[in-house]
Design a binder for this molecule. Structure first.
Ligand SMILES: [Mg+2]
Length: 371
């Protein structure tokens, strides 16, 4: 590939409104400001990226505001007019320039992948090495739906979702998970604790183990890999880690310590596609089951996730549902749709979706352009 030079960079913060708030052990998400990044090369070819930071710290350390500052003050000036041979080379450079802000860096890194795929007239899935045409889709049901849990699970089953994830917290996990399994009528149920169990909560975890869940997700806080390994040793239900998989190195530790049998990969959190692919290779070589996790992305981030999820080895249903599951209005011209519990991997150039720029500008809260 010839050199590509980043000629122009635009960042926008957009107000997204959720169709229904998601309640998890780490908080409630109702309104979601999202930063989108668009970059152009000298020939006018562009690419889109999305920053997955939330308004408040908690699930991850970076926030929308801190990511905005990191992008505007450091990452974008460092990349403007920069030439690179391949997205991996750009990612290498970013792993220094955005070492402490991988989530901000990922927005630009993923935009570069999209731009390079469009330049080469290929889909991003193809550029990344994808082999799959469609991705099995999972549904997530938040906490605070105890009264309607059975109805919600049954509805998700009828809608065709291939796996239903319920958020749990220690006090009510057993009854919630048991009710969900009854209502699911054979559709795999996952219990996601978002790290809310402590090492003293082994009793309730053993009871969960007896239910036949597809997996128990992130029982302990992210750093407790030893405890997770011990628990996995004594349980037949696979443990899956999500929050703990925050970097390539953390994935290496998870693998080395046998802390889980399944893993969520989130490119927008890990620093972009290059880092995510490196983590994926480590985990896949070690025999872990994999899926692409969600960070409540817009259609732009979702299209990126679908491209990565098309790689061989992402065998568990992903966290990304159709556009209508999340937003009153998505940012892309043709919403992402689910058919029989699967979402097609976009086959157009790059991420294969186009942004509705008119609506985007109407929903933009702030904007910064470097040319
Ligand atoms: Mg999770």
């Amino acid at each position: 590939m010839n050199h590509v030079r980043i000629k122009r960079i635009e960042m926008l913060q957009v107000a997204m409104s959720s169709r229904r708030p998601l309640v998890a052990a780490h908080g409630t998400i109702e309104e979601r400001p999202v930063i989108l990044v668009r970059i152009w090369d000298a020939d006018g070819v562009y690419g889109w990226g999305e920053c997955v930071a939330f308004p408040a710290a908690g699930y991850v350390g970076e926030t929308v505001d801190s990511a905005w500052r990191a992008l505007q003050g450091g990452i974008i000036p460092a990349l403007h007019n920069r030439r690179f041979e391949s997205p991996d080379e750009l990612a290498d450079y970013l792993s220094g320039a955005a070492a402490r802000t991988p989530i901000a860096g990922a927005a630009v890194e993923m935009a570069a992948w999209d731009m390079v795929a469009r330049r080469q007239g290929r889909s991003l899935s193809n550029l990344l090495g994808g082999t799959r045409n469609n991705i099995a889709t999972g549904k997530t049901i938040g906490l605070g739906h105890a009264g309607t849990l059975a109805t919600d699970v049954a509805e998700a089953r009828r809608a065709g979702y291939q796996r239903i994830k319920i958020k749990v917290e220690p006090r009510t996990a057993l009854s919630t998970a048991a009710a969900a399994i009854r209502a699911a009528d054979g559709v795999p149920i996952v219990a996601d604790a978002n790290g809310s169990f402590s090492v003293d909560d082994i009793g309730p975890l053993r009871e969960l183990d007896a239910l036949g869940l597809a997996w128990i997700e992130q029982p302990f806080p992210p750093g407790l890999l030893g405890a997770s390994a011990d628990l996995q040793d004594s349980m037949s239900t696979p443990i899956a880690l999500d929050e703990s998989a925050s970097s390539r190195n953390s994935v290496r530790r998870i693998v080395d310590m046998h802390a889980a049998r399944a893993l969520s990969i989130k490119p927008g959190r890990l620093g972009g596609h290059s880092e995510a692919r490196a983590a994926y290779k480590l985990a896949r070589n070690a025999g872990l089951s994999l899926w692409i996790g969600g960070m409540l992305e817009t259609g732009v981030g979702r299209a990126h996730n679908l491209a990565l999820a098309s790689l061989p080895g992402f065998d568990l249903p992903g966290d990304m549902g159709p556009s209508t599951e999340y937003w009153n209005r998505d940012l892309i011209t043709a919403p992402i749709e689910m058919v029989a519990g699967h979402i097609g991997v976009p086959i157009g150039y790059g991420i294969g979706v186009e942004v509705d720029t008119e609506y985007l500008l109407a929903a933009t809260q702030r904007r910064h352009v470097v040319r």
